[in-house]
Ligand binder design. Structure first.
Ligand code: B3K
Ligand code: ZN
Length: 889
């Protein structure tokens, strides 16, 4: 695939003032007529008129009413070039498309209940000819025609302006969007759907109709989504002063969707997974995710839609910022500590490995082959961390001023990441020049921190050094002649110092006249920088990077005693959790070595101190602040994948064995408190997904998970009883996941009964597939293959592929990385089968090979063989070709 460079950006040669679309849906095909009012861009290059078009059959082409002949234009390689276009003109095209054949789910496509669209990033060109780039903003009007009985609902962006009936039992509707927008925010729907309606009155008194459209019969699963929408509307007014600007805000749920959801102006299209919820079908996590995704798409209305991206290299401008906003929302409406811990976990599980692998890129890459490959953890999650650092460095009030300034300057524009940073800099007065390196440097920096205490001078010194990772990204930049200026980052280190009793020390840096507060935000700018604290009587334990104040790897030589101390006393919830994770990581890595040496089973590598600390933690669930939800987080050991990142050469079998041995040991040693907590936490109240109740459930299910590790009939009976008496999906899936790991006769019976109960609820069947795909039992790889032939599986449905195959590849490392290559072979088979159907989804599966070079030579050989087999496939999509090509590089 060819590479596209940020440095090659040029403004569009032509602009579009208005678009009138007419989409007539028939059996097996659709006609799309478009009328584009266009003019030359005064600020653009003197280039030809070129429109994008993909899989379009051109029926007619007129310029200012004159039909263009074969010599007037050229349609080749997905581009329509019109020779000699005037300064201003009306361009009319008619194309025929085949939405029923559109298995890519990009553009206009068929799903069970009707027709839906997905246009970001470049799907609009699969609907009609258009300058399909985000810096072309136009006003859209859209008329839809379809069969009245089969597709009674006709929707597009903005406001409904007219509708009527036609011959042959057909009807039509016209929608008009008052806001100019890029084509990627266009959406339309023609389907049979049920709708639930509500309204929200904005702070200035605008009455907004809020509507959620779902598959017929699912209205009882919409309440949470609509409540989340109204909560988001209120939050954005309260926190950022941002109001809804339309009279209609619609969310449409569709079962076939490549990702989570899409922020089309006034007409969000959502994966059903982030809309539908009922206590018996959705877990607490599902409810939380719905809150977050609904909020995310809603927040895009300002950060993304009102102010959009100049080009796709700027993707993090809208995504990093909007993720940051949905994270802040999450911290406000749920527990702040738990929310932040979960974010740190995601970052470490998904972004750090990406930053250390073949696809490493900065949050604003300089080049890409396929833009769909850059909707990544880096652009989203690290992008959000970068925004968060600005927030931490300049403070909440200046950040709000910066946002206000950003909108004052850029409302209605397509802008760059520089524009955002400039607004923050101008509003705060803080020089962010150096900070901008976060936008152009790839890799996770390591902060090496060393401390020194001098009793004579009563000084405590922290020496901080920034160590940069070398990534293949730099090599590619160098090969392309793009010099990568590399240098130290500007970042906030939020810290506190704890004395031997766990109290926080007052902080006074050298040069300050007195101590102020016990928590500081230090600004690190140098490659090596020293911070000296005065009036310190005894060596403290440093609590560094509180709240995970920067997306870095912290290297500080904490002793076991230090970590146990922080686990017990740190006032920062994230660092209390972090101390436990560090301790567990140290222990597990020792366990890995022990297993490699054949002494793992003795569990001599598990220190008693750790078990005591975990026991204390469990006891604290009922007393101290934070409570059960935080304790539940602390009970989760670092994942196998996160542990793998800590090793030079990954040994997935030893990692699996060590982690399992530690879980079993904890279960055995803490058996009584785990049982006590399990019974104590039983909640008789009617189900609510809200924090307090969900937190208790999380801890109770975590206890159950540990107890299930006891190889005892009574523990198994407990799990089975938990399943059979579960009053909600959170509890039943927790039990089922535990049972899926047990080689006991009840396993089959429980999985079968779950399936027969839920076979008609697609999202629940997804969970059923996932617990089997992530089972640790031998034979899982064959089971996954067999499930691909099960009646419930459909390779054309992304949710099914993610639940069964992505879960297997990404969340079952022991089997995916089996030394015999069976896991890699399965993944490659799926990628090759899926690529011609849906390259975006195939490419996501291909990404699970990213870390293949970290494994031993035997596994590397197996992985390479499969990667080469994929690369050799004819007509490979640019999506998969880029991922596999970079992996093999
Ligand atoms: N902006 C969309 C993502 C589109 C992905 C296209 N491959 C959803 C979101 O981030 O809100
Ligand atoms: Zn987004």
């Amino acid at each position: 695939p060819s590479t596209i460079y940020l440095k090659d950006y040029t403004p569009p040669a032509y602009l579009v003032d208005s678009v009138a679309l007419d989409i007539a849906i028939h059996v097996g095909f659709a006609f799309v007529s478009s009328r584009l009012t266009m003019r030359r861009n005064p600020a653009g290059a003197d280039a030809a008129l070129v429109l994008n078009g993909e899989d379009l059959q051109l029926e007619s082409l007129k310029l200012d009413g004159r039909t263009l002949g074969a010599n007037d234009f050229l349609y080749a390689d997905d581009l329509l070039t019109i020779h000699q276009a005037p300064e201003a003109f009306l361009l009319e095209t008619v194309v025929r498309i085949e939405p029923d054949q559109n298995t890519q789910l990009s553009g206009l496509y068929r799903s069970k209940d009707g027709y839906f669209t997905q246009c970001e990033a470049q799907g609009f060109r699969r609907i009609t000819f258009y300058p399909d780039r985000p810096d072309v903003l136009a006003k859209f009007e859209c008329t839809l025609h379809a069969d009245k009985t089969a597709f009674p609902i006709l929707l597009a962006n903005g406001n409904p302006v007219a509708s009527g009936s036609e011959d042959d039992n057909r009807h039509w509707a016209t929608w008009e969007d008052p806001f100019a927008k890029p084509a990627y925010l266009f959406a339309c729907v023609a389907a049979k759907l049920d709708v639930i309606e509500d309204h929200y009155v904005t702070s200035s008194g605008r009455r907004v109709r809020c509507a959620v459209y779902v598959e017929p019969g699912k209205l009882d699963q919409c309440d949470h989504a609509i409540a989340a929408l109204k909560k988001s509307m209120k939050w954005d007014e309260d926190v950022f002063g941002l109001e809804m600007d339309l009279d209609h805000y619609m969310i449409v749920a569709v079962g076939d969707f490549n990702m989570g959801a899409m922020e089309n102006k006034g007409l969000n299209i959502f994966n059903t997974k982030y809309v539908l919820a009922r206590p018996d079908t959705a877990t607490d996590t599902d409810y939380q995710n719905i809150d977050r995704v609904v909020a995310h798409e809603y927040f895009h209305n300002w950060t993304g839609n009102r102010v959009t991206c100049r080009d796709w290299f700027q993707l993090s401008l809208k995504e990093g910022l909007t993720v940051f906003r949905d994270q802040q929302f999450g911290m406000d409406v749920h527990s702040a500590g738990v929310t932040r811990i979960q974010e740190v976990r995601t970052l470490r599980a998904a972004q750090f490995p990406e930053d250390a692998g073949p696809m490493a890129h900065p949050i604003r890459p300089e080049s890409y082959a396929e833009i769909n490959n850059f909707y990544t953890a880096t652009v989203y999650e690290k992008g959000a961390e970068v925004i968060r650092m600005i927030h931490t460095l300049i403070g909440k009030d200046a950040f709000r001023k910066g946002m206000d300034l950003y909108f004052a300057r850029h409302d209605g524009q397509a802008v760059t990441c520089e524009d955002f940073v400039a607004a923050m800099q101008d509003a705060s007065g803080l020089d962010l020049t150096q900070f901008k390196r976060w936008y152009s440097q790839a890799g996770t920096p390591r902060l090496v921190v060393r401390s020194r205490f001098d009793a004579a001078t009563r000084r405590y010194t922290l020496e901080v050094e920034q160590v940069f990772a070398h990534t293949p990204y730099e090599d590619r930049m160098a090969a392309d002649g793009l010099p990568q200026a590399r240098g130290p980052y500007h970042l906030p280190i939020v810290l506190g110092l704890l004395d031997a009793d766990g109290r926080e020390l007052p902080l006074q840096l050298v040069g300050e006249s007195n101590a102020t507060g016990s928590q500081r935000t230090l600004q690190l700018r140098e490659a090596q920088q020293t911070f000296i604290f005065e009036n310190i009587d005894a060596e403290p334990v440093p609590s560094l990077l509180r709240g995970f104040s920067a997306p870095v790897v912290l290297d500080y030589p904490y002793s076991t005693a230090d970590l146990v101390h922080l686990m017990a006393y740190d006032r920062d919830a994230v660092n209390r959790w972090e101390a436990g994770q560090r301790l567990a990581t140290d222990i597990l890595l020792a366990g890995v070595t022990a297993f490699q040496q054949g002494t793992g089973e003795t569990t001599g590598w598990i220190p008693q101190d750790y078990i005591l600390a975990m026991a204390r933690l469990l006891g604290a669930a009922f007393v101290e602040g934070g409570g059960p939800a935080l304790v539940a987080e602390a009970l989760v050991l670092p994942s196998e994948n996160v542990l793998a990142e800590q090793m030079g050469v990954v040994d997935p079998d030893a990692i699996h064995a060590a982690r399992l041995a530690l879980r079993r040991t904890l279960a055995r040693e803490l058996r009584e408190p785990l049982l006590a907590a399990y019974f104590e936490l039983k909640d008789e109240a009617p189900y609510s997904p809200e924090g307090a109740q969900a937190g208790k459930r999380a801890l109770r299910n975590a206890c159950l998970g540990y107890l299930a590790e006891l190889n005892e009939l009574s523990a198994q009976a407990l799990v089975i009883g938990h399943f059979e008496t579960a009053g909600n999906m959170t509890d039943s899936i927790a039990a089922l996941a535990a049972v899926a790991n047990l080689d006991i006769p009840a396993r089959h019976a429980l999985l079968d009964s779950f399936y027969s109960k839920w076979r008609d609820e697609a999202l629940v069947v997804d969970k059923w597939l996932q617990v089997q795909a992530t089972s640790r039992l031998p034979g899982t790889t064959q089971d996954v293959r067999a499930l691909m032939a099960h009646e419930s599986f459909d390779i054309r449905n992304p949710n099914k592929v993610y639940s069964l195959l992505r879960a297997f590849c990404a969340a079952n490392p022991q089997h995916f990385h089996a030394a015999d290559g069976s896991g890699y072979k399965l993944a490659a088979d799926v990628i090759l089968q899926l690529d011609p159907l849906n390259p975006q989804v195939a490419s996501r599966i291909a990404r699970t090979f990213d870390r293949w070079k970290k494994f031993d030579p035997v596994r590397q050989r197996q992985a390479r063989a499969q990667l080469e087999r994929i690369r050799a496939q004819e007509n490979l999509s640019s999506d998969v070709a880029e991922v596999v090509g970079k992996a093999l590089d």
